[in-house]
Design a protein around this ligand. Sequence first.
Ligand code: GLA
Length: 401
Amino acid sequence: MNSDFTSWLGLSAHDKFDHMKPAELAQKFEDLFGSRPRIFCAPGRVNLLGEHTDYNDGFVMPCAIGFSTRVAISPRPDHRLVIRSEDFPEQLEIDLDHLPNQGTGVWSDYVLGIAVMLKEAGHPISGASLLVRGEVPIGAGLSSSAAIEVASALALMSLNGTRLALPEVAKLCQRAENEFIGARVGIMDQFVSCLGRAGHALLLDCRSLEFKLIPIPDDIRLVICNTMVKHEHSSGAYNRRREECDEGVKILRQWYPRATALRDISLDQLQDHKAAIPETVYKRCLHVVSENQRVLEGGKYLTDGDVQRFGGLMRDSHVSLRDLFEVSCKELDVMVEIAGSLDGFCGGRMTGGGFGGCTVNLVKSPAASQFAGQIAERYQAATGIKPDIYVCAAANGAGAD
Ligand code: GLA
């Protein structure tokens, strides 16, 4: 066993950052700003089933994970926001009377966007110093952006005693990402960052925001495999997928005028009108409609503790994302294929928006360490890229530290 191998094994999300106690962040904050902060924490996520369904008013089944972003905050008397991060050198300083309408493509947009949305929604905003510590790998498809948004929202709200139910916090954060950052994402990431529960997957109806927490059996680990690639133009491709889905709905409304999203279309209805739909649009629709079914079916399997059947649906989901929605890539496919040949594997697929990022695998606990080592070795042999492997369990959603 080489030393790299032991470091992969050590990469349980919880263990890796255990030493980064909030007290240390508080001390750092005090050294920088001269006051004692309050600290808020929000996790990243991994999605088990239901990809590219959230913005089609459909169903998703993510979990929060043990990688979190922490935001330390204390009030300032000068009506300014001063935002710093441990990961980036630039500091943002801005007068609250001159908040911009849109981000400028820098990391602090994720904090500033929340302040802007709170203000727009009529909530009080006052001067504050903030220090961000991010543990969620950036650009890996594990929702580092939702984590910083949600932690910032709780932090900024705390200064003025603003009370919002967590689903409302999630909606506000999504709005910041849609309107301030300019990414047309759905509600999944922000919602599970707010409301995830340790040991559970969260089955969410993205239209009604009703949700159900489903226990993940104790003997299952989530093994997240980071391909370490992020392909160019992924946000443009994401938006194009959304447009293709919308185009499908527009066509199908000729026969189903009450349909407002692909959520309202059944598989039979879609298939009945195949001839009227351009081929690419049809493939996109077929993915979304069948993926929604998989989530609902998967919810039943997981509730019954039937991980094998659930895992089968994860594999189907990957095939559909690869062949119909076309958001996978060579590296993700290689990672999924290797996983399927290893001991302890119950199911796995690409997770998140796609075009790179991570796969998620359900693996029997006793086999998880060996699985992590073997998949890393084989992926590196196949692609020449050394992956990061995280052995995780589902974690709790956001809160005060
Ligand atoms: C990204 C978005 C989510 C969702 C996924 C795909 O993570 O932020 O809203 O659309 O892609 O399922």
